[in-house]
Design a protein around this ligand. Structure first.
Ligand code: GAR
Length: 185
C-alpha cells in the first residue's frame, strides 16, 4: 500500500476529493494531512475520513522538521493541494520526483510567486483569456516550474466573473486530480 501525505493551507476541497477517491483503494491511502494554518477547513474535512492531521509552522518547514516527520512516516508521495508556502530545497531532495502540485491555470501562464487561488482567476479575467485550466506538475525548486504531468482546459466566457472561473477550474481539479495521483503510484 502506497502512502500519501497531503499538505494544504485552505479549504481542502481537493484534499477531500482525494480522500473520497482513495477511501476503498487497495493501492494507496492518505496517511496524514498537514497544514500550516491552524484554522484551515481541510483539517475539519479530514475528520470525516478519520485521517490523522497535524499543523506546522513555516519554520518547521524551513528547518527540515517537516521533512523528517514525513520521512519517518515512509511517505511515497507528497501531494500539495492548495498549499501556499514555498517548498525548500532540502525537502525536494528528500522526496525526489515525489512531490506533486496542482495549479489553477494552464502553466506556464499565470504561474510564479503571488499567483495562487483567486489571484490567478482575477488575472485570467483581467487579461480577457478565452481559456484557462489546471496543471498538475512535479515540484522543483522554482514556483510552478516542475515537469508537467497533466493539463486540462476549460473555456472562459466574457461574462464569467473571477468566481465563475474559479468554479470551473475547481470542477476540473476535482474531476482529474485524484485520478492523476493514483496513476503516479
Ligand atoms: C486550488 O484551486 C489549487 O489549484 C490552488 O488553490 C486551490 C485550493 O483549493 N493552488 C494554488 O493556487 C497553488 N499555487 P482547495 O483548498 O479547495 O482544494
Amino acid at each position: 500500500m502506497k502512502k500519501i501525505a497531503i499538505l494544504a493551507s485552505g479549504s481542502g476541497s481537493n484534499a477531500e476529493k482525494i480522500l473520497e477517491y482513495l477511501k476503498d483503494s487497495t493501492k494507496a491511502h492518505v496517511t496524514v494531512i498537514g497544514s500550516n494554518k491552524k484554522d484551515a477547513f481541510v483539517l475539519e474535512r479530514a475528520k470525516k475520513f478519520n485521517v490523522p492531521t497535524f499543523t506546522f509552522t513555516r519554520s518547521d518547514l524551513e528547518s527540515g522538521l517537516l521533512t523528517e516527520k514525513l520521512l519517518s512516516l515512509d511517505i511515497d508521495l507528497v501531494v500539495l493541494a492548495g498549499f501556499l508556502l514555498k517548498i525548500p530545497k532540502d525537502f525536494i531532495r528528500a522526496f525526489p520526483e515525489k512531490i506533486v502540485n496542482i495549479h489553477p491555470a494552464l502553466l506556464p501562464k499565470y504561474g510564479g510567486k503571488g499567483m495562487y487561488g483567486m489571484h490567478v482567476h482575477e488575472a485570467v479575467k483581467a487579461a480577457g483569456e478565452k481559456e484557462t485550466g489546471i496543471t498538475i506538475h512535479l515540484v522543483n525548486e522554482n514556483y510552478d516550474e516542475g515537469k508537467v504531468i497533466f493539463q486540462a482546459g476549460v473555456g472562459v466566457l466574457e461574462t464569467d466573473s473571477a468566481e465563475d472561473i474559479a468554479n470551473k477550474v475547481h470542477e476540473l481539479e476535482h474531476k482529474y486530480f485524484p485520478n492523476v495521483i493514483e496513476s503516479l503510484l
